[in-house]
Design a protein around this ligand. Structure first.
Ligand SMILES: [Mg+2]
Length: 400
């Protein structure tokens, strides 16, 4: 079998209902999300699909460049081709999230082809399934959203803080869902967060018995994570913004987290995600892939990965997403009892619905970040530098 072509499909994904509310009037930000699907064609009529993240409009160009390396190759030589593509990017400084995003979607599509050619689901080729269902967690800001998730059987949810740390809201969510539902808090690695304040916040979060406290400090500086790690008795999670075993290695080797969160669309591919999980396993670190900005193809890939990884924790899922999510692929995944079933069709088990995809041409893929968290450090804004913010203002905001 030979690869005959590589196609890309960009989708302008619409706003998520939670962003519609939390981002207020910032429509520009709400409409900036894109999904990039990849399709690899072969001379035997089998096609494979994958999905890339990491700035999809830019990654599309990377995939198109890399396609010249792929055409004419045997798609079954997945690891060999991954190495060829990786080295082909050497002149661009190896990967970054653009390169690892391109690798992810391409490698995913190669696994899809192999599974279809052999007539088995991808998890069967990865050593077989350890579990048949993957637990998921959803996003909730309000009691109504938390109740909507638990009504679907969700047993875990995540809520953000993007400036003002609303301990009352976390307490309200705990009160709403009761003691049996896990709650996680995502700080999104705020650029204005200091280590000392991250520790203060973390100590107050200890009372909520969290599943994890995610990206409490800027991910650009892992020493900050190391400095707060020893002072906070809350499980920590991080890693969504980097890819490949090389990007995740310091989080794991330095035991900086309890939960590692590579993004399935830019982690470097199915094998890289499994290598990251394998590296984490003897450290007692769990895998909970990031999926917050991803489309539905990467979600299928995550299920195949998590079916075969002993230390898989649970998968992020935007349950109440833009409705187009449920039109652009088939079949549609449905949560039952807080879990997604692992796919059983050959390959990844998902196909693109191209007529639907064509309805959503891309318009933009970047936006000025919303500044409704500008109240975080009075008188600061999201653009304010930490060193000009006063202690009293920060202390007030951290306890709003
Ligand atoms: Mg996050």
């Amino acid at each position: 079998m030979k690869i005959t072509g590589v196609k890309t499909y960009l989708v302008q994904a619409g706003a998520r209902p939670d962003l519609t509310r939390s981002m207020g009037a910032d429509a520009d930000f709400r409409g900036s999300r894109c999904w990039l699907f990849v399709e690899i064609e072969t001379d035997e009529g089998i096609t494979g699909v994958g999905e890339c993240s990491g700035w999809p409009r830019v990654v599309e160009t990377a995939v198109q460049d890399l396609s010249a390396v792929l055409v004419g190759e045997d798609p079954s030589a997945i690891d060999r081709l991954w190495g060829v593509l990786y080295r082909a990017m050497m002149g661009h400084g190896l990967t970054g999230t653009v390169g690892s995003g391109a690798l992810s979607g391409i490698e995913m599509a190669l696994w899809d082809i192999k599974g279809k050619a052999l007539g088995v689901p991808v998890w069967q080729l990865l050593g077989g399934a350890i579990r048949t269902r993957i637990p998921v967690y959803g996003h909730a800001h309000t009691a109504d959203e938390a109740r909507a998730l638990t009504a679907l059987g969700y047993t875990a949810l995540k809520t953000p803080f993007t400036g003002i740390v609303d301990f009352d809201r976390i307490a309200m969510l705990r009160e709403t869902v009761g003691p049996e539902v896990d709650i996680a808090v995502d700080a999104h690695g705020p650029s204005w967060m200091t280590v000392s304040d991250a520790i203060l916040v973390g100590r107050e979060l200890e009372a909520f018995d969290l599943l994890f406290y995610e990206d409490p400090v800027p991910p650009e500086n892992l020493d900050m994570l190391a400095r707060m790690r020893d002072h906070v008795a809350v499980p920590l999670a991080a890693g969504e913004r980097v890819g490949t075993v090389h990007g995740l290695r310091p989080y794991i080797e330095r035991d900086l987290v309890d939960v590692v969160q590579p993004d399935t669309g830019r982690g470097g591919g199915i094998t890289q995600m499994r290598k990251i999980a394998a590296m984490a396993e003897p450290h007692g670190i769990m895998l909970a892939p990031h999926s917050g900005s991803l489309g539905p193809v990467a979600e299928f890939a995550a299920l195949h990965i998590m079916a075969t990884v002993p230390n898989a924790l649970l998968l992020e899922r935007i349950e109440f997403d833009w409705e187009g999510r449920y039109d652009v692929v088939t079949p549609v995944l449905k949560v039952e009892d807080g879990c997604l079933p692992i796919p059983t069709a050959p390959g990844l088990g998902v196909e693109l619905v191209k007529d639907e995809i064509a309805k959503y041409p891309v318009v933009r893929n970047v936006a000025k970040a919303p500044v409704d968290n500008g109240k975080a450090y009075v008188p600061g804004t999201a653009d304010e530098a930490v060193h000009v913010q006063t202690r009293r203002a920060r202390a007030r905001s951290l306890r709003a």
